[in-house]
Design a protein. Structure first.
Length: 382
């Protein structure tokens, strides 16, 4: 008799990113789907990690991260956010941002709690909430502008609400939250004594709309856990290194979970990143590069008489589907096979598979890749 079990995630299957990347490989398609850069990390960072490997940094790092890296993160936060966090008690290095988000949700959310998730939402949020035993409650930003309506959002708050998950800049829609919107979030958090878990992995990739971290709100210091990622900033998503920042009492609880999830992360890479973070010129160059990439993609579609709404941040752009098209999952598969381009449909970013007839394109690619991808898509779309 086979072992019987009840799934903790009965509605969860293979992620759309794995599915579309596999299809891209099978059809030798241009991959504008999965969000990884087509560029190498900074040469100095690569050289540095080699040196640290040769120096013997090949064993466990401290669970909370190398002190040199935590100090470098604290210095960066002071420069860019004008905030001071203690590297000993308020900063923890994690094995990527996804782990940090999981740790935060598991540390503070339990059976009977509700967690507000703002959609379209990255696909790891809901499973983490469910595994914690809490109930996800969803607020949908209305397309095409994805504007925030604080009045409608407040209607979803109940005595059971424990936390809000906020992604800024926002994957997949490229939204950068305005200062006015964030001020309203601050007021809601304080009124209802909530935890605010901030996914800020694209903190350095924003364009005309300024990015404001929730770490810059002094009144929220005991309410915010901010999560970020080195992978998005330094073109090294495969290293899976990120970090979390929070007031000391919150961080102490966060670390209780973290130590039993991964314990510690890639030691030599942490040392190399500590050196890299001292080069603050990288961040302006990163924004400038991605602004150029965004505009290359916009112009490539414009050449074929198609308009894209400019992304405000992240390295993602949205393409509208024909109104009479198939469902977005089927349509994305059709594009892989017929256009030779992999994209990501938006319905997997909604808990109820809502289909806004939009496709996500990643512009962290070479100019030639972007131009050819646009040409193929427009040719197929007609």
């Amino acid at each position: 008799m086979p072992f019987t079990f009840q799934s903790r995630l009965p509605a969860t299957g293979t992620s759309i990113f794995s599915t579309m990347s596999a299809l891209a490989k099978a059809h030798q398609a241009i991959n504008l789907g999965q969000g990884f850069p087509e560029f190498d990390p900074p040469k100095a960072l690569i050289d540095s990690i080699h040196e640290y490997l040769k120096k013997g940094l090949n064993q466990y790092a401290p669970s909370i991260g190398l002190l040199s890296l935590r100090e470098a993160i604290a210095s960066k936060l002071e420069v860019f956010n004008k905030t001071r966090f203690d590297p000993e008690q308020e900063i923890t290095v994690t094995s990527g941002a996804t782990e940090a988000l999981f740790d935060a949700i598991l540390a503070f959310c339990k059976q009977g709690d509700e967690v507000l998730i703002i959609e379209p939402a990255y696909d790891s949020y809901t499973p983490a909430v469910l595994i914690a035993g809490a109930r996800p409650v969803y607020y949908r930003l209305p397309e095409p502008d994805f504007h925030f309506d604080a009045w409608e959002f407040r209607k979803l708050i109940s005595p059971k609400t424990k936390a809000i998950l906020l992604n800024n800049p926002m994957n997949p829609c490229g939204k950068v939250w305005t200062k006015s919107d964030l001020d309203q979030i601050e007021q809601i958090v304080l009124e209802h004594n909530l935890l605010l878990i901030c996914d800020e992995v694209y903190e350095h990739i924003y364009f005309e709309q300024a990015f404001n971290s929730m770490l810059t709100y002094p009144r929220l210091k005991g309410h915010v856990i901010s999560v970020s990622s080195f992978g998005k900033t330094f073109n090294n998503t495969g290293w899976k290194l990120g970090y979390a920042v929070a007031e000391a009492a919150l961080m102490a609880e966060f670390r209780k979970v973290h130590q039993f999830v991964t314990f510690s992360s890639f030691t030599a890479a942490q040392a190399a990143l500590a050196d890299q973070l001292a080069d603050h010129s990288w961040y302006d160059a990163l924004r400038s590069m991605y602004l150029s990439k965004r505009n290359v993609l916009i112009e490539a579609f414009r050449t074929h008489d198609r308009e894209l709404k400019p992304s405000e941040g992240t390295y993602f752009q949205l393409l509208g589907m024909p109104s009479n098209a198939l469902g977005d999952l089927e349509f994305a598969e059709k594009l892989v096979k017929e256009a030779g381009v992999a994209v990501i449909p938006l319905s997997p970013f909604y808990h109820d598979a809502y289909d806004p007839k939009l496709l996500r394109l990643c512009f962290a690619k070479s100019d030639d890749t972007l131009k050819e991808g646009a040409r193929r898509l427009c040719q197929t779309l007609g």
